[in-house]
Design a binder for this molecule. Sequence first.
Ligand code: COA
Length: 333
Amino acid sequence: MKVNFNLKQAGDSVTGRIIGTGSYVPEQIVTNENLAALVDTSDEWIVTRTGIHERRIALEEGTSRMAAEAARRALKNAGVEADELELILMATSSPDYCFPNGACEVQAAIGAKNAVAYDISAACSGFEFALSTVQAFLKAGVYRTALIIGADCLSKLTDWSDRGTCVLFGDGAGAAVIRAEETGIIHSVMGSDGAKGQVLSCMSRSEGNFLNGKKPELGYIFMDGQEVFKFAVKKVPECIRQVLEESGTDINEVKYFVLHQANYRICESVAKRLGQPIEKVPMNIASYGNTSGATVPILLDELNRQGKLNRGDKLVLAGFGGGLTWGAALIEW
Ligand code: COA
C-alpha cells in the first residue's frame, strides 16, 4: 500500500500561510437602476437596505473560467508555478457541471498536473471551509502547497423576476495559494445547522425524471431574508469570539475582520456586537454585491494589492451562508 504522507512535515508547528492572492470579476456591470427596469425596486431601497450599488454579471464566463483566472493571478502573486500545487480546493455552490468538479476544470486550465482537485460545497462559507480543510492537510503533513478558490456564478441560479433576491447577488472568484509554514493560519472553526437549511436554498433538480421524459432542471435561489439576517448577526460574532478564545488571542490584536459581503448592515452589526470600530471591517459590497463563496477572497485580494496587509498582521476571515453553515479563521499574514 502506498501512503502519500510526508510525515517529516507533520506536527503542531506546521500550519498553512497564505503566500499569494488573486481575484477576477466579470466586466459586465449591472447597476441598481438597471434592476429597477426589471423589477419593482429602486436604487434608494437597495442602497439603504444592503449597501449594494452595482454588481458584476458573467455573460460568457462560467464559474470555472472565473476561478481559473483568479487562480492564475494568485499563483503569479505568490511566485508559485502551477505544477508545484499538490491540492486544489474550489468552494462553489454554482459549479458549471455536476461532474467534472470545478477544481478539476481549474486544474486543467492552469496546468496543475500534480494536484488533486475537488470542490467543497458550503455556499457562502465555502472559502472558510476550504481554508480549514487545507490547514488540516498541511498540519498532518499530507501536502505542502495548495490553492483554494471561492468562485460563484449565482446569476444563473437567480430568478430575475424576484426582487427579494435578484438585487443581492453578483458573480466573481477569488483565490489564495497556501504553503506549509510555521506561521499563518493560527486557528479555524466551522459549523453547520442542517435543520435550518430551508431558509436559504436552491434545489438542484425540480423533480425526478425516471421514465417521465422530463429533463432535470436547476431551481432558483429561495431565501427567507429576515431569518438569514438574524442568523448572520448572531452566528458571525459568535464564531469569531470562538476562534479568538480558543487561540488565546485578544480581539484588539486583530487588524481587519474580513467578513462575507452579504449586506453592509450585517457587517456593521457584527462590528458593533464585537465592540470593534467599523474601520476594522473593510467592505466592497457596494461594487460587487454578494458573490457567495468569492466575497472573502476577493476582499482579501483587494487588501493585499492595496498594500494594506503587512507581515505579522492578524486577520479574521469569517463567512456564513446556506446549509446553514458558518466559519471563521484567525490568520497571521
Ligand atoms: N426593492 C423594494 N422593495 C423590496 C425589495 C426590493 N428589492 N425586496 C423586498 N422589498 C420589500 C418587501 O416586499 C417588503 O415590503 P412590504 O413591507 O410591503 O411587505 C419590504 O421591502 C421590507 O422587506 P423586508 O424583507 O422586511 O426587508 P429587510 O429590511 O429585511 O431587507 C434583505 C431585506 C433581504 C435586504 C435583508 O433581510 C437581508 O439582507 N437579509 C440577509 C440576506 C442575506 O444575507 N443573504 C445571503 C446570505 S449568504
